[in-house]
Design a protein around this ligand. Structure first.
Ligand code: SF4
Ligand code: SF4
Length: 404
């Protein structure tokens, strides 16, 4: 037995098969199939690593169907590091699996600034000249197998070129790094500029090193461990030597991955922006104007099961006078976005999304707030498809709008 199999077996053996995780698992909830439960997947990996099961399509599919939402990991009394187990298994069998073209496209955009610039130019033409509308009317994305990718593309947004340093507007309290992520600049510029506005106004110098890159989550969860380690190394270099109090993230999916980098001097500094803001000594009471609006609050899995700082978002939003916050119930599971999952498993992704939207829409609201760009794009696409006009935004955008 090779060393990796031994390690996988050791981790899998820590599962006591109690099944407490099962009701928390979206794929088990929807299939009632033990092989689609955390316990079942662990048993499959255990059997494979122990030499009792070969690599079969069934085995690969059951592991591939996992969203890596890590709800099971949070519920597990034996603290089985489920996410790591799946990532390590996927890395070990990487050669046995093919990556769909849509996921390859997203990965190549995520990992290269040059490709991002080209995509930006193409998107500008595609969206500003109504080509997107026409292409969708003619069902061209579906014809080319790009439907799932096209539905996620948000409407056109104005953007500026980002500088790599923004000085504090008031007396400086310190320096922070801002991790923009691979998709932030391209698809969520409003969140990037709101984060810069809020951080500088409350007294932080903000560094955005332009050699920062994708966090590596897409590669890691796809089993491409070497690819993810390369990105980890590049981010470490980008943020080193800057005497930063924190490396602030505006997408909880990226935050979770950065927080789990092996370089501890980097990972301990990583904080979701809402969590960072409520732990500063800044007094927001004279800075925020009332917003008499209703917010439906979505907690991404990466925020509640990965970073586990979801409560900080409502604490932060409660600082906005007159804002009415209504969190989605705990019974709502993963939205189905899950990195590149919705591109591979559109049926399950849409089932989960529909459940979330049906519940969310029971309470009329002006905004649906989410701290992760992947979830926000997936949820916004679902709302557009239902003809709903609710704006899906990051909490920091709402906070920036409330700034006097
Ligand atoms: S809760 Fe933990 S120990 Fe129990 S079956 Fe699930 S993974 Fe195994
Ligand atoms: S990570 Fe999520 S989908 Fe995967 S087994 Fe755990 S609860 Fe189920």
């Amino acid at each position: 037995m090779n060393e990796i199999k031994k390690q996988l077996l050791n981790v899998a053996d820590s599962c006591v098969k109690c099944g407490i995780c099962a009701p928390h698992c979206p794929t088990y909830t929807h299939t009632q199939n033990e092989n689609e439960s955390p316990r079942g997947r662990i048993a499959l990996i255990q059997a494979w690593a122990g030499g009792h099961l070969g690599i079969t399509d069934n085995l690969l599919n059951h592991i591939d169907n996992c969203l890596l939402c890590r709800a099971c990991e949070k519920a597990c009394p034996a603290v089985v590091p489920y996410g790591k187990l799946i990532d390590d298994f996927r890395a070990e069998i990487h050669e046995e699996q093919s990556t769909p073209i849509t996921v390859k496209i997203v990965k190549s955009i995520a990992e290269s600034k040059r490709v991002q610039r080209s995509v930006q130019l193409i998107l500008n033409v595609y969206q500003q000249n109504k080509l997107q509308k026409t292409a969708r009317l003619l069902r061209l994305p579906k014809l080319f197998g790009l439907n799932e990718l096209d539905r996620l593309v948000p409407n056109y947004q104005e953007k500026e070129t980002l500088k790599n340093y923004y000085a504090a507007k008031n007396e400086a309290k310190g320096d922070v790094g801002l991790f923009v992520g691979c998709m932030g600049e391209l698809f969520d510029f409003a969140t990037v500029s709101a984060a810069i506005k809020v951080l500088t106004q409350i007294g932080f110098n903000v560094h955005l090193p332009n050699n920062q890159t994708c966090c590596g989550a897409l590669a890691l969860h796809d089993g491409d461990k070497n690819g993810s380690l390369k990105l980890e190394q590049q981010n470490k270099i980008a943020f080193e030597n800057k005497d930063l109090q924190a490396i602030v993230t505006i997408a909880s999916g990226c935050g979770t991955t950065l927080r789990e980098y092996s370089a501890k001097n980097f990972s301990v500094k990583v904080m979701d922006i809402s969590h960072f803001l409520i732990h500063t000594d800044f007094d927001f009471s004279n800075t925020l104007k009332p917003l008499d609006e209703n917010v439906r609050l979505h907690s991404p899995c990466s925020l509640k099961n990965g970073l586990r700082t979801d409560k900080s978002v409502s604490k932060l939003l409660q600082k906005i006078p007159e804002l009415k916050i209504s969190p989605l119930p705990e019974t709502i599971q993963c939205c189905g976005a899950a990195g590149s999952y919705s591109l591979r498993h559109d049926k399950m992704a849409k089932t989960l999304l529909n459940e979330l939207l049906t519940t969310a829409l029971e309470t009329p609201s002006d905004y649906l707030v989410s701290s992760n760009i992947g979830c926000a794009l997936h949820i916004a696409a679902g709302l557009r498809e239902r003809g709903e006009k609710i704006e899906v935004i990051h909490p920091i955008v709402l906070l920036a709008r409330s700034f006097i």
